[in-house]
Each structure stands twice: as C-alpha cells, then as structure tokens.
Ligand binder design. Structure first.
Ligand SMILES: [Zn+2]
Length: 341
C-alpha cells in the first residue's frame, strides 16, 4: 500500500512538473525577442476602451491620399523614385521622426550603375531597442507598360506613414521605440535571382551586422502585396508564430468588440510556405521576422492594373487597425530597461 501511494504521488509530481514546464516554455517563447532570443518582452494587453480609442483615430482620407502620392512609376534612379523618396522623408520629418538615408551605388542588369537609398526612420533615435516595420518603395521596371505598383508596395508604405500620423500623440519616448524602414531596390531589373533583387535590404542588413545594430531589433514586421480585396496573411515563418498568433487574436478581439466592419478575418493561423522578400537578409542573420505578404497574390500583381483606383480600402484599413493595436500593445508594454533572461 505505501508503495502504491508513493507511486501515485510520483505520478502527480511528474504531471505537475510537465504542465509547469509546458506553460513556461510557451510563456518564455512568447516573451523572448531579439536575434538570440535573449531579450525579454513584458506583454500588457490593450483593454476594450483602449482598442475603441485607437480604432477611433482612423484617418481614411490620409491613407487614400498617401497611397495616391506613392502609386506612381518609381523605378530606381528615375524622377518618380526621387519624388516618392522625398515625399516619405519630408512626411516623417514633419512628424518629428529622425530620418536617415543609407546610400550606395551598384551595377545592375539592364541599366549601368544605379544609386540606391534606403530610408531609415526612428521615432526615438536614442532608444536601445526597436520594433521595426518595413516595406519597399521602388517599383519594378517593365519595358511595355507603366507600372504604378499600388499593392507592390505603395499601400504597405502608406500604411506605415498612416500609422505614424495616427499614433503621433501616443508615442512616449521609451527605451523601446518604433522604426520604419523603406527599402530601395527590392525588385529585380531582369529576372529575379539572388544577385538581382533585394538590393537595399541586403545592403542594410550587412551594414547593421557590421555595426552591431541588428541586436537592437526586437522584431521586424515586413509588409508586402497589400491592397487587394482578397488579401490574406498566413503563418509562414514558424519561429515567430507566437507573434503572428497575437495578430490573429487582436483581429478576433476587434470583431468581437464590433469595431471592425468586415466579417472576414485577414489573419489566419494556418501554415503556409514563405516567399523571398526583403526580410531574407535579416532572417539569415537571426533577426525575428513576421512576413505579412498576402498569401494569395493580388490578381493585378506585376500588371498595368496595379493602380490606386483598384485598391480596396476596407481591407487595407482593417490591416492598418490590427497593426496599430499590435504596435501600441508592444510599445506600451515596453520595459524601461533591457532585461537579460
Ligand atoms: Zn513586385
């Protein structure tokens, strides 16, 4: 009998240890950020009142105007390219962001040497850690037609500028801040290849690695191919699925609160394969990434029809709202010091 009791006690103890370790590993996964997973993040969820407040700050007119300003032909080295770059830089400077250009010249197919300019904007340039958002502002060159590249990626860039406008009075200068990166030269000049694509992101990731700046990035959220009515995001990078799940949850909470007009979830916790994009030079260097690219490519992808008037603003607003919640939850929760696990 004592033997049986001891066995039951041992069994109970094993179960308790098992449950505790499962809970802890899930919890730790959710909190660990940064390249080596050694930085700690303290989540504080938004309450319903805060969600309603943030939703009420939407500015659809600003979003539409911004998409219109960026949806022009902007192949690297052309006047349209400079125009869009200047527009983004001026836009963020007016909002009191610190804006820097990462400039470099490189020989590319079709053209001779071209000068690329990544735009790096920091809300608080003295912050120790960053939640980074990115998109590409160049458009692909096509010989036969003018490509305005609204979904690819004027809308993603406009979503980031719109976010900066809407949240301008919500940022508090803490040790964790928001960084927006507008990559140049994402598109290939000829056929897409490892050498002919991702010019800007490859340059920036290498530069930051050299200067030890990659360690300051908690998490990098890359936006691409957004603006079509059938946009949908899936779990395409397994090691950040905890973060992607938070986006899924936030959208669900917005539905439940009756804040979202559409009844269609755009963030789905379903596995899918990832595709090449500006995040690759960063994931290769162990920066945690959420890649928000529509799982179903827009029907207008790389076609003359990818213009502003074909953008669906209902879904685009919905994406913007979920991202805004995510950002505020992250930044509000920012601890004042850098914790090591
Ligand atoms: Zn493209």
């Amino acid at each position: 009998m004592p033997c049986k009791r001891a066995l039951i006690a041992l069994l109970c103890l094993t179960i308790i240890v098992l449950i505790t370790s499962i809970c802890q590993s899930f919890h730790t996964n959710f909190r660990a950020v940064g390249r080596n997973g050694t930085l700690r993040y303290e989540p504080t969820e938004l309450d319903l009142g805060q969600m309603r407040f943030l939703a009420g700050l939407s500015d659809s007119e600003n979003l539409r105007r911004t998409v219109q300003r960026i949806s022009i032909k902007r192949v690297v080295g052309t006047p349209g390219h400079s125009k869009v770059r200047n527009y983004i830089v001026d836009y963020l400077k007016k909002l009191d962001w610190n804006v820097e250009l990462d400039l470099f010249t490189q020989k590319v197919p079709i053209k001779s040497a071209v000068t690329f300019q990544n735009i790096v904007a920091r809300q608080n340039p003295r912050a120790q850690r960053y939640l980074m958002f990115g998109c590409h502002y160049d458009s692909k060159y096509f010989k036969d037609f003018d490509f305005m590249a609204a979904t690819d990626s004027a809308v993603p860039c406009a979503l980031l500028l719109n976010m900066a406008t809407i949240l301008r009075n919500q940022f508090h200068r803490s040790d964790i801040s928001l960084m927006l990166v507008f990559f140049d030269g994402e598109e290939a000049f000829g056929e897409w290849s490892a050498e002919d694509s991702l010019y800007g992101s490859r340059h920036l990731a290498e530069l930051w690695e050299k200067h030890g700046l990659l360690d300051k990035i908690d998490l990098f959220v890359l936006l691409d191919l957004i603006g079509a009515r059938d946009v949908v995001f899936k779990k395409n990078i397994p090691n950040t699925s905890g973060w992607f799940h938070r986006l899924v949850q936030l959208e669900k909470m917005l539905f439940q609160a009756g804040i979202l007009r559409l009844e269609r979830p755009l963030f789905k916790f379903e596995p899918s394969t990832d595709v090449d994009d500006d995040h690759l030079p960063f994931t290769r260097r162990n920066v945690p990434v959420i890649h928000l690219i529509s799982n179903k490519y827009p029907a207008v992808w790389h076609l003359a029809e990818d213009v502003e008037k074909n953008v669906d603003y209902n879904t685009t607003e919905q994406v913007g709202l979920v991202l805004r919640m995510f950002v505020m939850e992250y930044l509000n929760s920012a601890p004042n010091t850098v914790y090591q696990l």
